[in-house]
Design a protein around this ligand. Sequence first.
Ligand SMILES: [Ca+2]
Ligand SMILES: [Ca+2]
Ligand SMILES: [Ca+2]
Ligand SMILES: [Ca+2]
Ligand SMILES: [Zn+2]
Length: 402
Amino acid sequence: MKRECIAIIVLIICSLFLSISGVQAITSNAPIPQPLDMEPYEYYTYDEMTTLLQDLAQNNSEFMHLESLGTTFQGRDIWLVKFSDHVTDNEAEPEVLLMGAHHGDEKPSFEVLIYFIKYIIEKAKMPNTDDDGDGLINEDMFDGIDNDGDGIVDEDPSEDRVRTILNETEIYVVPMVNPDGVEFEWRKNRAPNYGPDGTASYITSYGVDLNRNYGYRWFFPNIFPDQYNLEWLEDDHSWTYRGEKPFCENETQAIKTFVEAHDIQISLSYHDYGEWMVFPWMHTSRWTPHELLFRSIGYNISQINKYELRIYGQYGEREYLFPRFCGTPGSSENWLYGEQGIIAYTIELCKRRPEKNPTEVLNACWKHVGVNLYVCQRSQTVEQEKLEMVRFPRLYSFFDFI
Ligand SMILES: [Ca+2]
Ligand SMILES: [Ca+2]
Ligand SMILES: [Ca+2]
Ligand SMILES: [Ca+2]
Ligand SMILES: [Zn+2]
């Protein structure tokens, strides 16, 4: 009798739970959850990616070029893919830099770029095609909108557009900035640390957070240690250890050398997770002179990927003393923009880490093909827009200079 009672109570709780979750599934627009027995998404390994890139470069040498920007502590090549017509020449065309996996445990960040590389190659060689077989050709362009109202978004984008972009742009892709971290499945790289300042006689820990190692206003956190959590930046055991000095890591040095030898207009750095985007400054909520341009491009990207463009710092005079998200001094965007004038964004992919749901990963891959193509097109006009849309913020005090 007792057992029956318990069984009935359990049944009631279960059916209540089911009906609640059922209601949620219908009332929200969230993607349909995958059945639990579905195989989790399998990400590329570094070796698989290397083999793939070498094969693709060999078979598509007319518009794809592969080279190593240098090697990591553990001896892995940091691969750079270039796409363009006359790919071995340096033509006077706008340049775009797309980077993934500064953080080795953020796997979607390289996966979206490998997917993009495969997409470019496939479409560049394909005539204009009715991708969804509805009798119309290229009726739903890559813009995040269901242009033909069939309930599917961007299902038949233009193949010609890919060719136009290849002819007009130099596209650079570094899918894995931190391959050692990817292989070890953790955030930092795998170079040994000899104490926080490198003076210990034995190995104290491993790895630097590469997205804290870029040398823009490196000593700011020392001036404002509490605002920037200096303690975490300087502790070599910490996940956000910034290294002994700016660009002391092979990976950041490789990116720096490459960027300084080029004239890049727009750069995207993929991370995960959260489905949002940020742009400089990363160490202060003060506006850059190009705030309006950052917002304009960021808004258009958010139309395609439906991510939140995070904008802070426009409300209060004193707000600039409180950096965004405690600030990320040493991030790639700060240096790319601050030193090189490049319009640079961080894009945080997916809803969780690790993302294992194949539908979610492929959805992120697909949407960011659209994002990458968009920034290639926008790079055509960005230098002119930088001149037109510059706006120096009003100065309030000494702190406005930081
Ligand atoms: Ca079609
Ligand atoms: Ca098409
Ligand atoms: Ca459609
Ligand atoms: Ca569309
Ligand atoms: Zn990250």
